[in-house]
Design a binder for this molecule. Structure first.
Ligand SMILES: C[S@@+](CC[C@H](N)C(=O)[O-])C[C@H]1O[C@@H](n2cnc3c(N)ncnc32)[C@H](O)[C@@H]1O
Length: 244
């Protein structure tokens, strides 16, 4: 699968085994690590993504790369008892943590966790009103993944992707990369006791990742209409949205 030229040198996880090892290693402490590393902001970013995708009561939603189900829980609260959320991830350890969260919120009837690959979703065509993906795109071959999101959405359905990008402002970018290279990996490793190197991989992957505008173009290439994107927190993260 083609990636932009500047991704050639990124230390991407080459195999499913590597990505699985990352997330199995951090699963039990993933939520607390996220809260510390993002200084509590990740919940606000996820809430914003959910507001943007705008699930209505009764909607069928899919949260791809759901991890520990944060976004799935937010979607489930919005779709109400007549709606449903299918939450897909290929890592069982992350989903086990998510299962606790689903029970804690009493949402067992509204969320189904299924194991599957974001590049070959085990889901029917034209099934969902809304689709979300949070903080997972860098692990995926984007054209294949976007084609799958497009396939499973109903005509008129909406997708929202939340992810990290390189901040556009030079001063903030330098601060951000200082934090990402020197503080984030230490904090991440300390909290999760990770030895796979996931927290050191993240800053390189942000630096060498798609630009927000190229990412939007990939959405359009997959067929999405009305594609828009905007930054949160000085462009550390962006929301991309599109309609089928
Ligand atoms: C950084 S976590 C994000 C989890 C969650 N969306 C959140 O925002 O907290 C990335 C997740 O993507 C999952 N993942 C990575 N590649 C995947 C793939 N090809 N198919 C399914 N899940 C994948 C990982 O297992 C992990 O749970």
């Amino acid at each position: 699968m083609q990636q932009p030229e500047r991704l050639k040198n990124v230390k991407r996880p080459e195999t499913e085994e590597t990505v699985q090892a990352f997330f199995s290693s951090v699963a039990r402490r993933y939520d607390i690590a996220n809260s510390v590393i993002s200084m509590g902001r990740h919940y606000g970013w996820k809430r914003r993504a959910v507001r943007e995708v705008n699930p209505r009561p009764g909607d069928k939603c899919v949260d791809v790369c759901t991890g520990t189900n944060d976004v799935a829980v937010m979607l489930a609260k919005k779709v109400g008892p007549t709606g449903h959320v299918t939450a897909v991830d290929w890592n069982k350890d992350m989903q086990d943590v998510g299962d606790f969260k689903i029970k804690k919120f009493g949402l067992q009837d509204r969320i189904t966790n299924i194991q599957g690959d974001a590049e070959a979703l085990p889901l029917p065509d034209n099934e969902f009103d809304r689709a979300t993906v949070a903080v997972a795109s860098r692990h995926l071959r984007i054209p294949k993944h976007f084609a799958e999101l497009y396939r499973v959405l109903k005509p008129g359905g909406r997708v929202v992707v939340l992810d990290f990008f390189e901040p556009p402002n030079a001063i903030f970018r330098n601060l951000y990369f200082f934090y990402s290279y020197h503080i984030l990996p230490r904090l991440g490793n300390l909290i999760t006791r990770d030895r796979t190197g996931v927290y050191s991989y993240l800053p390189d992957s942000v630096k060498l990742y798609y630009k927000p505008e190229d990412f939007a173009r990939e959405m359009e290439k997959a067929g999405f209409r009305n594609v828009k994107y905007y930054p949160l927190f000085h462009g550390v993260v962006y929301i991309h949205a599109g309609d089928k």
